[in-house]
Design a protein around this ligand. Structure first.
Ligand SMILES: [Cu+2]
Length: 124
C-alpha cells in the first residue's frame, strides 16, 4: 500500500514540475522591449526601424517590414541584426514622405516559439 501511495505522490509532483516548466517557457517568448520609432510617435523621416527583443531570435524565420498607408511595403532591404546576440533587429528605410506607416514583425525565439505584432508611427 505505502509504495503505491508514494508513487502517486511522485507522479503528482512530477506533473506539477512539468506544468511549472511550461509556464516558465511561455514567458521566454520574444517580445519587443524597445521599438524605434516608438508606437504612435510622430517623427521626422527615420532612416530605419529598430526593434530590441527580450530574447534572442532566429534570423531565418523572423521578419520586420514597414508598410505605407496603402499597405505597400516600403523597405526594399531585408531586416538584419545590429548586435551579436541577435536581440536587436533593424530594417533600413528609403526617404519616407509624410504620412502614416505600419511596422509588422514576426519573431521566432530560440525555443521555436513564434510571436508577432505591429504598430503605427507617423512621419511629419
Ligand atoms: Cu517560448
Amino acid at each position: 500500500m505505502y509504495p503505491i501511495v508514494r508513487t502517486s505522490i511522485s507522479i503528482v509532483a512530477a506533473t506539477g514540475l512539468l506544468l511549472f516548466a511550461s509556464v516558465g517557457q511561455a514567458w521566454a517568448h520574444a517580445q519587443p522591449a524597445q521599438q524605434t520609432p516608438a508606437p504612435d510617435a510622430t517623427v521626422s523621416a527615420p532612416a530605419a526601424v529598430t526593434i530590441l527583443y527580450t530574447e534572442p531570435i532566429e534570423a531565418a524565420l523572423s521578419r520586420l517590414n514597414v508598410l505605407d498607408a496603402q499597405g505597400k511595403q516600403v523597405n526594399t532591404e531585408k531586416a538584419h541584426f545590429t548586435d551579436s546576440d541577435h536581440k536587436s533587429m533593424q530594417v533600413a528605410l528609403p526617404k519616407l514622405s509624410p504620412g502614416q506607416y505600419k511596422v509588422q514583425w514576426v519573431a521566432v525565439a530560440d525555443d521555436g516559439h513564434r510571436t508577432h505584432g505591429g504598430y503605427t508611427f507617423t512621419v511629419k
